[in-house]
Design a protein around this ligand. Structure first.
Ligand SMILES: O=C[C@H](O)[C@H](O)[C@H](O)COP(=O)(O)O
Length: 281
């Protein structure tokens, strides 16, 4: 079903700047929204509609002849749909997509987007992906869908990495949502690795749990790479993120964690009052 969007000011900001955006009578957002009625009646957007607005705005950064990292998740899915739509309309051509998960691979194949991989294209022009948390410095938590390893490989190989979120993803500090920070670990000894991770962040009230597919906690979630996911839940700030990253990666059995530090070059945030574009300073 087609979505009607209110008109938005799209504001370009560096991190830490104010983010209050107000509806406008002139639109720069995509997809081309219809004019508001004269009564300016408020439009309540769903979270998915906000994700779609952020995704469509991000696809404005895509140019013909680019190698594009295709993210994973409910927000990135809209960007992949939009890229396919523009290819089909002839508004983009010669795009090569690098999918960050099997799910995105399947979506892109079904839409006819030409695909390749990192071995053939080790330098990616632009990646577009969602995130689970974004802090004021544009550091991210990613991977609650379990795709963090391939995402980090592709996005750290990208000249530009545009992150697309609805405003619910903004946090004061990583871990601040109280939801999981995922760590990909090899299956062997995963519960022992979980204990080591929990001990590492004891001062932050960390609880580590293996992600499972069943309520009894016996069937582990398996990533596209055949690994498991340990989820970390924090009660307090974990302090310096680079220190935390180094400590996690030093535990044998850890493959990668879901903190994406300093990788995002642009974050597009869609909220009820408009779209904010924040660029890395
Ligand atoms: O593994 C999943 C990815 O990191 C997603 O990009 C992230 O979880 C955000 O997903 P969504 O857009 O569905 O909120």
């Amino acid at each position: 079903m087609a979505i009607s969007y209110p008109q938005f000011i799209v504001s370009e900001k560096s991190p830490m700047e104010a983010k209050i955006i107000v509806p406008s009578s002139s639109s720069q957002a995509s997809p081309s929204p219809p004019p508001l009625s004269s009564s300016m009646s408020p439009v309540v957007l769903t979270q998915d509609e906000l994700k779609k607005i952020a995704a469509y705005k991000a696809v404005e950064y895509v140019e013909s002849n680019m190698v594009i990292g295709l993210g994973t998740g409910s927000t990135a899915k809209h960007a992949v749909d939009r890229i396919a739509e523009l290819l089909n309309q002839g508004k983009l051509h010669n795009i090569i997509g690098i999918p960050t998960s099997k799910k995105t691979y399947d979506q892109a194949v079904s839409l006819g987007i030409p695909l390749s991989d990192l071995n053939s294209h080790p330098v990616v022009d632009l990646s577009i992906d969602g995130a689970d948390e974004v802090d004021p410095f544009l550091n991210l938590v990613k991977g609650r869908g379990g795709s963090l390893l391939r995402e980090k490989m592709v996005e750290s190989s990208s000249k530009k990495f545009v992150v697309i979120v609805d405003e619910s993803k903004m946090v004061k500090h990583l871990g601040g949502s109280g939801l999981a920070m995922p760590v990909e670990v090899v299956p062997y000894g995963d519960l022992a690795v979980a204990k080591s991770l929990q001990a590492l962040f004891e001062d932050s009230g960390c609880v580590a749990k293996r992600r499972t597919l069943d309520l009894d906690g016996k069937v582990p979630f398996v990533t596209d790479n055949g690994n498991h996911i340990v989820e970390l839940f924090f009660k307090k700030d974990i302090g310096d993120l680079n220190t935390a990253s180094d400590k996690i990666l030093r535990i044998p059995g850890v493959v990668e964690h879901g903190m994406f530090l300093g990788l995002a070059t642009t974050v597009i945030v869609a909220g009820e009052l408009g779209v904010t574009v924040e660029n890395k300073s």
